[in-house]
Design a protein around this ligand. Structure first.
Ligand code: NAD
Ligand code: TYD
Length: 352
């Protein structure tokens, strides 16, 4: 029996995790606390919304009184904390909201756990979901390990680094049982189409320009989102208190090469001539502070807890593209309203 508070469970990774936990563990109560910002969508959770072990609370993690109420009402013994502002480009335009949600929101949850749990820390866990971006950027070689020093460059990664430091400080100072995991870029269904892969799938379908930052030479390490959710499940059950685990699939792609794979897959599934949509590639001004390369060494997770990615990249990309093509209504719903304004500000007249 567990009473697990998942924050940000209506977002991209959170909704995959909630669906996994609710169906795999009928004896666990899963409480999803989510503010439903532009990135959170209850449509992602229709599959579990009527299950008796699933509970939804709409609210802000920064609302400390609400956080304590939720801890008490549901007798929360485990937190899996994903709620965050998560898009680097938005953090460049509005760093304050990143500091608020990612830093103060995390602190509000930590304080809630500390105050409600008190000295009764048996079988308690505060599991914080973080990113490889806290480690900064790599050159052409090398990997981020759990011992790599933090060196964030964007307001997003700086806010996540700060939240990681707060989480660790609660372990060192108050013995709060914590675990942190730092994962590489995720891809898959239900990702908001402002991030590279869903944005480009959407634009290819609509014959819109594909805005490639700089020369498209930057490298990211891509993991299928279901494999991240599986890793969180493994770490939450088998991870050691106080430890950090890096999560990644040893799957590095230069942006421009990845974009060509996406184009090929979408064109194939739409019945267009192979590579026809390459003409949509448009090189645009580089992102400020753009980290050159991320690459995760996840061997600790494999060697100590036995986790490995389940899927080859080509299979994952095909599944992902199919999902977006079959769920155009989802894309249309989440990208109406405020999204239009954001896209206009971000990419000017290139958007739709
Ligand atoms: P997302 O932007 O898709 O979802 C974030 C969720 O948090 C949304 O449901 C949103 O409504 C909710 N939220 C935002 N502010 C809130 C607040 N103040 N109170 C309550 N809920 C709030 O994000 P994601 O891509 O699913 O990322 C989830 C977590 O995983 C984040 O902490 C992120 O830093 C981390 N992460 C993401 C990736 C990635 O590639 N997407 C990689 C590594 C780590
Ligand atoms: P993104 O999906 O925003 O993830 P992150 O910045 O967290 O790694 O971007 C992935 C890569 O794609 C990154 O190097 C920036 C680049 N990119 C573009 O070239 N064009 C775009 O429109 C976007 C959103 C990203």
């Amino acid at each position: 029996m567990k009473n697990i508070l998942v924050t940000g469970g209506a977002g991209f990774i959170g909704s995959h995790l909630v669906r996994l936990l609710v169906s795999k563990y009928p004896n666990y109560q899963i409480i999803n606390l989510d503010l439903l910002t532009y990135a959170g969508n209850l449509e992602n959770l229709v599959e579990v919304q009527n299950k008796s072990n699933y509970h939804f609370v709409k609210g802000d993690i920064c609302d400390h009184e609400l956080v304590k109420e939720v801890f008490q009402k549901y007798q929360v013994d485990t937190v899996i904390h994903l709620a965050a502002e998560s898009h680097v480009d938005r953090s460049i335009k509005d760093p304050f909201s990143f500091a608020k949600t990612n830093v103060l929101g995390t602190l509000s949850l930590l304080q809630g756990a500390k105050q409600v749990w008190g000295n009764n820390l048996n079988n308690k866990l505060f599991y914080h979901i973080s990113t490889d971006e806290v480690y900064g950027t790599l050159g052409k070689s090398g990997f981020f390990t759990e011992n790599t020093s933090y060196d964030p460059h964007s307001p997003y990664s700086a806010s996540k680094a700060s939240s990681d430091h707060f989480v660790r400080s609660f372990y060192d100072t108050y013995n709060l049982p914590i675990i942190i995991s730092n994962c590489s870029n995720n891809y898959g269904s239900h990702q908001f189409p402002e991030k590279l892969i869903p944005l480009f799938i959407k634009n290819i379908c609509n014959n819109k320009p594909l805005p490639v930052y700089g020369k498209g030479e930057n490298v990211r390490d891509w993991l299928f989102v279901n494999d991240h959710a599986r890793a969180i499940d493994v770490i939450f059950h088998k991870g050691k208190i106080g430890e950090t685990y890096n999560i990644g699939g040893f799957n590095e792609w230069k942006n421009i090469d990845l974009i060509k794979v996406i184009i090929k897959t979408v064109d194939k599934l739409l019945g267009r001539p192979e590579g026809a949509s390459e003409e949509l590639i448009t090189f645009v001004t580089d992102r400020a502070g753009h980290d050159y390369r991320y690459a995760i060494d996840s061997s600790k997770l494999k060697n100590e807890l036995g986790w490995e990615p389940s899927l080859q990249f080509e299979e994952g990309i095909e599944k992902t593209v199919k999902w977006y093509l079959e769920n155009k209504d989802w894309v249309d719903n989440v990208t109406s309203g405020n999204y239009q304004k954001y896209y206009q500000e971000m990419y000017g007249s290139q958007g739709d």
